[in-house]
Design a protein around this ligand. Structure first.
Ligand SMILES: NC(=O)c1ccc[n+]([C@@H]2O[C@H](COP(=O)([O-])OP(=O)(O)OC[C@H]3O[C@@H](n4cnc5c(N)ncnc54)[C@H](OP(=O)(O)O)[C@@H]3O)[C@@H](O)[C@H]2O)c1
Length: 327
């Protein structure tokens, strides 16, 4: 009989890059729950605040190992992916650049992705699942409001440069570089493109997006005023999408994962009604990208047909802020 964190027959070994982050730590939790042995990369495995939340996950004692790797150092991921069947590459700079967006955000995303993929080739990894973003498919000036965006859509590099969308530029160019590399080398790659991810926060510190979301309950519209219309998705569905993309032999190409698409004023109204005691800011319609919808039928065919309600995701994130004493 297996104990608490033990499983009768553990699945294979997989690596998660940037394991300590908001999305990655939830993915590590889900992979451990699914029975995998997980090797997570962090920049500093000896840092207690960066790793304790991972070491405390159910099953971590028995099946989680943390190793050091940095996106910017070539060969850094060789040891991390050695012996792994699969790799989930989530690490990417998400913090808004302070001085030079190319040096701080765009280059690390591209070079880091290629570093990871080269290490995966050397180690004969069977499949790499890349965490891309809706920023890699929806930032373009030329779409039609009548045709929902799907996986065939790519953000325009020129448009991102023109209006200084550095994060979108970094994610788009990193995903393009990954696909070029996969085509050249035959490395088995699948990418997952989540929209704005909402849900429980496992790390002690807030990520850039968790900081923005906190503003929605403390009177600050922040980036949400600029975003305009946006897709939102429960973090649990994002983890499920990654695992399906890895486990399903027929998975190929890109997969958008998105629960609902809302205008920013609709989203703020929904939150104000649901959380009347919190300071939800009023957000005006019209800023950001014009009207669009998102087609998620490709991922539905892979197995994610029913998404968790976004209200539940907001309830979970509010609960996390309360537990952290932030609300
Ligand atoms: N949050 C969203 O709504 C959302 C939506 C779509 C896609 N994504 C994607 O999901 C992934 C994770 O984002 P997140 O929101 O979870 O942000 P996050 O918490 O800031 O996670 C980013 C991770 O990348 C790591 N990282 C950054 N620079 C690195 C470097 N030079 N070397 C090694 N690791 C480095 C960070 O490590 P440290 O902990 O050491 O800083 C951190 O673990 C990203 O690829 C992001 O583009 C996020």
């Amino acid at each position: 009989m297996a104990g608490d964190g033990e499983v009768e027959a553990p699945k294979g070994l997989v690596c998660v890059t940037g394991a300590g982050g908001y999305v990655a730590s939830y993915l590590v939790k889900s992979l451990l729950e699914a029975g995998y042995r997980v090797r997570g990369t962090v920049r500093n495995p000896d840092s207690e605040p960066k790793t304790r939340h991972l070491r405390e996950l159910p099953g971590a004692k028995e099946r989680l190992e943390l190793v050091s790797a940095d996106l910017l150092s070539e060969g850094s991921f060789d040891a991390a992916v050695e012996g792994c069947d699969g790799v989930f590459h989530t690490a990417s700079p998400v913090v808004f650049p302070k001085i030079d967006p190319f040096v701080e955000m765009v280059e690390p995303a591209i070079k880091g992705t290629l570093n990871v993929l080269k290490s995966c080739s050397k180690a004969n990894v069977k499949r790499v699942v890349l965490t891309s973003s809706s920023s890699a498919f929806r930032m373009r000036p030329d779409y039609s409001a009548d045709v929902p965006l799907d996986e065939s859509s790519w953000s325009s590099v020129q448009f991102c440069k023109d209006i200084k969308l550095w994060y979108a530029l970094a994610k788009t160019m990193a995903e393009q570089a990954a696909w070029d590399y996969s085509k050249e080398t035959g490395l088995n790659l699948v990418s997952v493109l989540p929209t704005y991810i909402i849900g429980s926060i496992i790390p002690p510190e807030l990520s850039a997006t968790s900081t923005d979301v906190l503003g929605l309950f403390t009177g600050k519209a922040g980036n949400f005023a600029k975003f305009g219309r946006m897709g939102y998705v429960h973090i649990d569905d994002v983890a499920t999408a990654h695992i399906l993309a890895y486990e399903k032999p027929e998975a190929e190409g890109r997969y958008i994962v998105s629960g609902i698409t809302l205008d920013n004023d609709e989203m703020a109204e929904m939150l104000a009604k649901r959380y009347p005691t919190l300071d939800v800011p009023k957000i005006e319609k019209g800023a950001g990208m014009p009207y669009y919808n998102i087609n998620v039928s490709k991922l539905a065919k892979l197995g994610l047909e029913k998404y968790k309600p976004i209200e539940e995701a907001f309830d979970d994130v509010v609960e996390s802020y309360k537990q952290k004493g932030m609300l």
